[in-house]
Design a protein around this ligand. Structure first.
Ligand SMILES: C[S@@+](CC[C@H](N)C(=O)[O-])C[C@H]1O[C@@H](n2cnc3c(N)ncnc32)[C@H](O)[C@@H]1O
Length: 323
């Protein structure tokens, strides 16, 4: 699903939705996504996590991330994707990184969060990746090589594999290192935009959102679910992250059960809190009802007293006139 809200201001980095169907936060987890993941290995500003969760929610069928490092942004994107009740099939996350240590680190993070089965982690760069995987991402997070030649090459490769209307978030677009030339994110992204491959859609945190145009022509698709599962485990073994795929699958399912149990425990605790609130509210309502009843009784007693007094005054006046 393509973002339908665009912001042309390049200095306002505030948290605003890019899909008009979003009321600001798509759900309670979106609101807490940054805090929930702040201790994971990675670098995110609050606005980055805000946008990644929203992108995952609306466009997270086939997620491509260049530069996973430790899986922090991956957790945000996948949680967003999984939280959309309208998504009719499991999201597929493809995360690539040049550093072999990043693969094991990210796998552990995803496993700990019960998300490993949705993620295929690839050791290498985008050029290599696309020779092995013919996927058409529905959203992209570009957070790999921040130097000009590196990101320039990644964006050129993306032009070959993306279809129109795909949201692409370029991290560190507004960092001051872009002014010194240490980073080339802003320069490469601007050139990509000027070449007509994407339109600027706003700055969020330190990242800039682009939406691909008709110059990117590939249709969107992921892998068949069974193929995704197969290739994911094959890569984990090939890259030395795991040895026995069956044991891995068991560990992943156990991690998922644990994550579900943690979620269930949190939901039960919240339910208890709500129940306690309900009991407190009912007691307060009963108390108010009793007070209203007392006031009504007092009011009618006073009315009766006033009527009796009026009658007495009438009798008194009458007698005074007669005597
Ligand atoms: C800033 S970190 C990514 C952080 C992660 N996205 C997050 O927010 O949690 C950058 C990562 O990109 C990787 N990297 C650098 N050059 C790359 C390239 N050309 N292709 C893929 N990954 C690359 C680095 O090894 C590093 O792990």
């Amino acid at each position: 699903m393509t973002p339908d809200l665009r912001y042309s201001d390049r200095s306002d980095a505030s948290m605003r939705p890019s899909w008009s169907a979003s009321p600001g936060f798509v759900n309670a987890e979106h609101r807490s996504a940054y805090n929930d993941t702040r201790d994971l290995p990675g670098w995110q500003e609050e606005g980055d996590s805000y946008k990644l969760y929203e992108m995952g929610y609306f466009a997270g069928d086939v997620i491509l991330e260049i530069g996973v490092y430790g899986g922090r942004s991956a957790v945000v994107e996948l949680r967003g994707a999984l939280s959309n009740p309208a998504r009719d099939r499991a999201p597929q996350f493809f995360g690539i990184d040049l550093d072999p240590a990043a693969i094991g680190r990210s796998y552990k993070t995803l496993l700990d969060h019960g998300l490993a089965e949705y993620a295929l982690l690839y050791h290498g760069d985008l050029e290599n990746f696309i020779t092995e995987f013919f996927i058409r991402p529905t959203m992209v997070f570009v957070d790999g090589d921040h130097r000009y030649p590196g990101i320039k090459g990644d964006l050129e490769t993306l032009s070959e594999i993306l279809s129109p209307g795909v949201p692409v978030l370029c991290h560190d677009y507004s960092n001051p290192e872009n002014d010194t030339g240490e980073y080339g994110v802003r320069r490469a992204a601007t050139e990509w935009e000027e070449a007509g491959y994407a339109e600027f859609a706003g700055v969020f945190g330190c990242a800039a959102l682009f939406v691909t145009t008709g110059r990117c022509r590939r249709p969107c698709s992921g892998l068949r679910p069974e193929r995704f599962a197969e290739r994911r485990l094959e890569l984990l073994r090939r890259q030395g992250v795991v040895e026995d795929p069956v044991a891995v699958r068991i560990a992943e399912l156990e991690a998922r059960i644990e994550a579900c149990e943690t979620e269930r425990a949190a939901a039960t605790a919240r339910l208890r809190e709500l129940e306690a609130e309900r009991v407190r509210d009912s007691a307060a309502i009963r108390n108010l009802q009793e007070r209203v009843a007392i006031l009504l009784t007092t009011r009618s007693a006073l009315r009766r007293l006033a009527a009796a007094s009026a009658r007495r005054i009438g009798v008194y006046d009458y007698l005074k006139r007669r005597l």
